[in-house]
Design a protein around this ligand. Structure first.
Ligand code: PMP
Length: 336
């Protein structure tokens, strides 16, 4: 429940995020599109929830002991969430991250007091991939646990218990569709399962960026990727533990250009500054809204996730030189 009662500690600031009606997206879709403002979490991303869920689960199982260390491989946001929660609860944090992620995320992790280990970006099958490196480091570190956000279902459980329940309450039980992209898959699977429990007619759509293999998996049963994406935190090539049994009804494939167009519109027309995964999610939500209208649903209402703040990408998404270097269109107002 969202209340104005003072929270008893900073941990209680995680979750209970606002839901906003996105005017421009609703206009484009011809129905109401809502964004769950996950950038309003203390670590400015949806991953604060997974960090807290995984840590609470490890405490409950007895695996994580007072003063222990949490080790994780992450594109950055989970690491930021873990570092904040760990600081609040008296744990240490070691984060392994590919060195092609945003400078802001690396600087933030160091600023929060996490020990940062950078590795070159590699395929998941390479033993030096950030996920495998983090598992080895956890094994080698005394008193450490491996958060394992991809396969540890404490991740999606927290979305069933919090994100899905909040969305249902905020929409007063009137919701026709939900969509988002998958990194670990915790959000789409958890919110999907939580909403279906309440109303099995809610359509759950996976929105996949280029370069990911889930669109073809859900469309044709085969993990196959096409193209590439610069979006951070999303783009999965396998069925993670969190994605197993995810109730996906339909799927969309969204390009970086389409996602960037929504990042630009949400900023310039609505005053919300977001990362690219949010833009891709909103493009997917517009596609889902149009599909539900075409299917004859009356005034459908669609929810998606605004995953993280754009302030985390000032040197990339909001930088003309960087956009040009990636062959992406430069926002008009950044052109000098
Ligand atoms: N967007 C961003 C910016 C993220 O960091 C992540 C998490 N990796 C996601 C979306 C996807 O969330 P999930 O891991 O729950 O699939």
């Amino acid at each position: 429940m969202i209340t104005n009662i003072p929270r008893k500690d900073a941990i209680e600031l995680i979750g209970n995020t606002p839901l906003v009606l996105l005017q421009s997206a609703s206009e484009a879709a011809g129905c109401e599109i809502y964004g769950k403002c996950e950038f309003a979490n203390p670590g400015a991303s949806v991953k604060d929830r997974a960090a807290l869920g995984i840590i609470r689960d490890a405490e409950a199982s007895g695996e994580l002991k007072p003063g222990g260390t949490i080790v994780e491989g992450t594109a950055g946001n989970t690491g930021i969430g873990i570092a904040l929660v760990a600081n609040a609860l008296g744990y240490k944090t070691i984060i392994v991250m590919p060195d092609n992620q945003s400078q802001e995320k690396m600087d933030t992790l160091r600023a929060l007091g996490a020990q940062l280990v950078l590795v070159p970006p590699t395929k998941y099958s390479d033993c030096n991939h950030f996920v495998h490196t983090s598992r080895r480091l956890a094994e080698e570190t005394e008193g450490a646990i491996w958060a394992n956000q991809f396969d540890n279902t404490a991740n999606r459980k927290v979305h069933i218990e919090t994100t899905a329940a909040e969305i249902w309450d905020q929409m007063e039980g009137r919701i026709d569709g939900f969509t988002c992209a998958a990194g670990t898959g915790g959000t789409i699977a958890g919110v999907g399962l939580g909403l279906k429990e309440r109303d099995e007619n809610v359509q759950i759509a996976l929105t996949d960026p280029h370069g990911a293999a889930l669109y073809s998996y859900f469309a044709e049963g085969e993990l196959k990727s096409e193209g590439t994406s610069v979006a951070e935190g999303i783009g999965q090539g396998r069925i993670t533990g969190n994605l197993e049994g995810a109730p996906i009804d339909t799927q969309f494939r969204i390009s970086d250009e389409e996602g960037l167009e929504w990042v630009a519109r949400l900023l310039r027309e609505e005053g919300i500054c977001l990362g690219l995964s949010s833009g891709i999610n909103v493009a997917g939500a517009v596609a889902l809204g149009k599909q539900l209208v075409a299917d004859g649903r009356e005034d459908p209402r669609v929810v998606t996730v605004l995953c993280d703040t754009g302030f985390r990408y000032l040197s990339s998404l909001y930088n003309a030189k960087w956009l040009e270097s990636k062959g992406l269109p430069v926002f008009d107002w950044l052109k000098s």
